[in-house]
Design a protein around this ligand. Structure first.
Ligand SMILES: *Cc1c(COP(=O)(O)O)cnc(C)c1O
Length: 385
């Protein structure tokens, strides 16, 4: 039997009459029916087929099949962005009056969705501390449908024990949803650890070269059927072009992740030895507060490092200003290394106290380690320090 990463590269949509080696791009809004009976059967779901690209497309389907293979999921549904995957899942599974339990260690836009947008439809949430497992259990109410987490979290790199939380969710009969964006399915498979749904922003490591946006939901056939019904009629479809790019990107995910992880681990270890830095956080450093959990549920530490400069907000800005190789941009998981300073950018509207509540200290720097030569990256960091 071939290995998963081989299957990932070799499994692609059926060749056309031209016998192309690389899957072609199918830019078509709709598909032709053989006859009125074929059309009737497809519309009534008696027969599988492609009807219209909001419903399905060969490139999108190839991308879904490859991601499902990687995550060990029965099925999946791809969306235009990571956030539309999150919103589509909530839209498909929740009704007015339902409740979500989460923690503050989640992506900024997911936090906005939970606290400002979903309450418009009377879907409310409660947060617990990310590592308070009794807290999750206590927060699950009669109307709770979903426990939503992200691990490792963006930007704090907090790690949650998926297996432990999944056992609680099973007992309480609620769904555990894991945003697996930072780890990718190659480093961590939440479904195998007991989660019910995995979500990705495929904009990040899946694309891997900072070109396209995308998202995906991976789960059982039963859950995906509900997602499909919601998504087909509300329309957050992934474009065929983006699916084509991202599906091809998956062929190199294994080699890219290996380099991202090796370089990030090396830089994290060196940063730990540097005197201008108060604290380095990287899942596979023994000093990470959840190191044991990370080692158990991830096969490598990932490509993101966060660290704390002793010199605070101004030190953070000066550090970014002096970097020459690292890009100052909002993305992550790119071939090009990226540095961000949340206190002066994404979280600058919060007070220092509010920032601390979400785990962002004034001198916090987040690095997304790219595929450049690691010594060049290290030299750039040293120079900026
Ligand atoms: C970027 C990101 C998202 C949102 O994805 P988009 O593709 O930008 O919509 C969600 N979760 C995490 C952890 C992210 O890093």
């Amino acid at each position: 039997m071939t290995k998963l990463t081989t299957d990932l590269i070799r499994n692609q949509i059926k060749r056309t009459e031209f016998n192309e080696h690389s899957a072609p791009l199918y830019l078509t809004s709709s598909y032709v029916f053989d006859d009125p009976e074929d059309m009737r059967a497809q519309f009534s779901d008696e027969k599988e087929g492609l009807i219209y690209s909001r419903y399905g497309n060969p490139n999108v389907n190839e991308f879904i099949q490859r991601m499902a293979l990687l995550e060990g999921a029965e099925n999946g549904w791809a969306t235009a962005t990571g956030m539309s995957a999150v919103f589509t899942l909530f839209g498909a599974l929740l009704s007015a009056g339902d409740h979500i339990v989460s923690c503050r260690s989640i992506f900024g836009s997911t936090h906005k969705l939970l606290t400002e947008i979903l309450p418009k439809w009377n879907i409310n949430s409660n947060y617990v501390n990310f590592d308070d497992y009794e807290g999750y259990e206590a927060a699950i109410k009669e109307n709770t449908k979903i426990v939503y987490i992200e691990t490792p979290s963006n930007p704090g790199l907090d790690i949650i024990d998926i297996e432990r939380l999944a056992a609680i969710c099973k007992r309480k009969k609620v769904l555990l949803v894991v945003d697996n964006c930072f780890a990718t399915p190659l480093l961590q498979q939440p479904l195998a650890l007991g989660a019910d749904v995995t979500i990705h922003s495929s904009t990040k490591y899946i694309d891997g070269q900072g070109r396209t946006l995308g998202g995906i939901i991976l789960a059982s056939n039963e859950i995906i059927d509900e997602v499909k019904n919601f998504a087909r009629h509300s329309g957050p479809a992934l474009s065929p072009f983006n699916a084509w790019i991202q599906s091809k990107s998956l062929e190199t995910l294994d080699v890219r992740m290996e380099r991202h992880c090796n370089s990030a681990f090396e830089i994290a270890k060196r940063l730990e030895q540097t005197s201008a830095i108060a604290q380095v956080k990287y899942p596979f450093l023994e000093t990470h507060p959840q190191f044991e959990i990370a080692k158990r549920q991830m096969s490598a530490g990932g490509g993101i490092i966060s660290f704390e400069l002793k010199s605070g907000v101004h030190g953070g800005q000066r550090f970014l200003d002096r970097l020459q190789l690292f890009s100052l941009t909002a993305n992550l998981g790119d071939v090009k290394s990226i540095a961000t300073h949340p206190a002066s950018t994404t979280h600058s509207k919060l007070t220092p106290e509010q920032r601390l509540e979400v785990g962002i200290t004034d001198g916090l720097i987040r690095l997304s380690i790219g595929l450049e030569n690691v010594e060049d990256l290290w030299e750039d960091i040293l120079h900026a320090l």
